[in-house]
Design a protein around this ligand. Sequence first.
Ligand code: FE
Ligand code: FE
Ligand code: ZN
Length: 277
Amino acid sequence: MIYIGSHISASKGYEAMGKQALKLGANTFAFFTRNPRGGKAKEIDEADVARFLALAEEHSFGKLVAHAPYTMNACAAREDIRKFAKETMADDLMRMEYTPGNYYNFHPGSHVGQGTQAGIDLIAALLNEVLKPDQTTTVLLETMAGKGSEVGRNFEELRAVLDRVECKEKMGVCLDTCHVWDAGYDIVNNLDSVVEEFDAVIGLDRLKAIHMNDSMNPLSSHKDRHEKIGKGQIGLAAMERIICHPKLQGRPIILETPNDDAGWAEEIALLRGFSEK
Ligand code: FE
Ligand code: FE
Ligand code: ZN
């Protein structure tokens, strides 16, 4: 069974997202918990959530992979920006409990010159304030391309954050194929050793979701420019090997490719086909 989907607009509510996912041939999806640039989240409509939960169960959806606003910076140098990140994540996690047991993915942050170690400490400190032992949501750190001063540009940095979090069982990692490629992990020629390295440094039990994107740029470019599946430097053959890799099975796969609905439907069908071969 493969769980695959794309990002879907949250503007019309949960049931609308579920229906849109079905239209694309998806059985999971990602959505921004609020405007990706931040701002106030929409009021939760419990009847809408209930209709969505019924639909997701009826169609055997996999776990959803919600995405925090990408402006959120848990390791900013300015205290007011960190406070905003903390309040945003706390509010998002409270809202996530309306759809229990899913994933909440966020970009660890940019240390903006404070240094990687300071960044790691600030991210873990924020998580330790926000995570609740009774929450049902698992929070995912996303692997990053290493653009600017991003924390999470290698597996060791993510491991260092995880090591400092108290509620470890509420944490996981989302592997973004474009980001790890841009960060220097050669998933085209050495997928097996990248998977082994992930397992050795972080542990594959911590790998909860995959963002599947091709990259416009070469290995180690640290750029983070997504490309359509098979149209970039990673290529379709490598995508097929990722989909079929025995150690990567069972995780929800989310497309963040520059596409319209028809493009996503096509990519979902294409990748689903690989898994059914
Ligand atoms: Fe992301
Ligand atoms: Fe991503
Ligand atoms: Zn990206």
